[in-house]
Design a protein around this ligand. Structure first.
Ligand code: PLP
Length: 409
């Protein structure tokens, strides 16, 4: 018997019921970001809109409301209109795309860069294409790599997963692989769910020793680390030892879109072969103009970076002093470990209802089951008073609900 529409509906309803039963059903907070008032936003709920302090934004520096970015975008829309008009191949390569690519390449100390509609698209299509262009290539991927990198390697048979940030495990796998094979090591610099930083110099050393190409996702680091904000590789002085650097405009740039930067031949090969670049409408020029303006601010945004680090450190110290289960790390990301999807959502709901604070619960599959958390991202625009209010609210809730206060290493 062929399936009826009723059967299809029942099938998907059962799937959703399973998610809800596990506490993993995603509800989206409907926010109205208030230009000029970040990190405040209006959050729409059944009882109308309420002004909240947002503690989980990836607009890490508040660049989404920076006057230079807004001005550049206003001028761009007046000059060039709304969309790009096509794929890069068919009428959709704008002057501002090529200008932005040149600036990004120079910023990372690379020959060329290439824009994508998102960091996800950049990772997925670049990794899949690199693998396709190097038959028999052995791929080495950190177990904590983002879903977009995993998607680019999905189903690939010569894939080796190394323990998180573990150079010893990576070397074990490299040493066990045929020396004559092409190799590709893929990792991130800042891991966004645990706030850890990869041992980039050690990974670069291994790549040299075993003759591997290196692919580095700096999505959570561009704008935030290094003397000009070009990322952790710049900060550690190893940019030249990573063949492809991938970044996004969706986090510290305050916009949306992604890119890769590298040697002219590698980037040209991706430009010429990657379906996720070729067969899609290019980035609206207005977004590219905003990204270029953001880049120009970011290069010298030392004060914003310093204040962001200060606020992250301050929040971390206050949470630790209150005995709250913060995961120890050195970056701008402050994970508060809760464990249990229902409890994590309960804490998030309570903060919204009682303290006008919005922080999204992070559940499986973004993190493993049992490691559910709140991922706090203080920006330079979060004040000391906001930090105090957040910690006081959490401290009160932990006491009231007898939640565990054990520290997490
Ligand atoms: N890489 C990492 C490590 C990410 O965390 C994300 C998104 O959160 C992406 C890539 C995708 O970037 P985008 O949001 O620009 O698609």
């Amino acid at each position: 018997m062929p399936w009826t529409s009723h059967q299809y509906n029942q099938h998907f309803a059962a799937e959703l019921a399973r998610l809800k039963g596990d506490g993993r059903y995603r509800t989206f907070a409907v926010l109205e970001r208030l230009c000029g008032e970040f990190p405040y936003a209006l959050m729409h709920g059944p009882e109308g809109a309420k002004k909240v302090v947002v503690w989980c934004s990836n607009d890490y520096l508040g660049m989404g409301q920076h006057p230079s970015v807004l001005q550049a975008m206003k001028e761009a829309v007046e000059t060039w209109g709304a969309g790009a008009g096509g794929t890069r191949n068919i009428g959709g390569t704008a002057w501002i795309h090529t200008k932005l690519e040149q600036e990004l390449a120079a910023w990372h100390g690379k020959q060329t860069a290439l824009l994508f509609q998102s960091g996800y698209a950049a990772n997925e299509t670049t990794l899949a294409t690199l693998i396709r262009l190097m038959p028999g290539c052995a791929v080495f991927s950190d177990v904590g790599n983002h879903a977009s990198m995993i998607a680019g390697m999905r189903g690939y048979q010569h894939k080796h997963i190394f323990a998180h940030n573990d150079g010893t495990d990576l070397e074990r796998l490299l040493a066990a692989t045929d020396a004559a094979k092409p190799k590709l090591i893929a990792c991130e610099s800042v891991y966004s769910m645990d706030g850890s930083i990869a041992p980039l110099p050690a990974i670069a050393d291994l790549a040299r020793k075993y003759g591997a190409l290196t692919y580095l996702d700096e999505v959570h680091a561009v704008g935030l680390y290094g003397p000009t904000g070009a990322g952790v590789a710049e900060q550690m002085g190893v940019s030249d030892r990573f063949d492809v650097i991938e970044g996004t405009f969706g986090k510290a740039f305050g916009l949306a879109g992604g890119y890769i930067a590298g040697a002219a031949t590698v980037i040209d090969a991706i430009r010429s072969h990657a379906p996720g670049f070729i067969f899609t409408t290019s980035m609206p020029p207005v977004v590219a103009a905003g990204a270029l303006a953001s880049l120009n601010v970011i290069k010298t945004a030392h004060d914003l970076r310093a204040r962001q680090q200060r606020q992250a450190q301050r929040l971390r110290e206050k949470l630790i002093a209150a005995g709250l289960p913060v995961l120890r790390c050195e970056t701008h990301i402050v994970p508060l470990m809760i464990g249990g999807a229902h409890c994590c959502k309960g804490v998030s709901d309570w903060l919204f209802e009682n303290a006008a604070i919005y922080v999204q619960p992070i559940n499986y599959p973004t993190v493993p089951v049992g490691e559910e958390r709140l991922r706090l991202t203080p920006s330079p625009l979060h004040t000391d008073a906001m930090i105090d209010e957040l910690v006081d609210a959490l401290d009160y809730l932990w006491t009231q609900q007898h939640l565990p206060r054990q520290m997490v290493a």
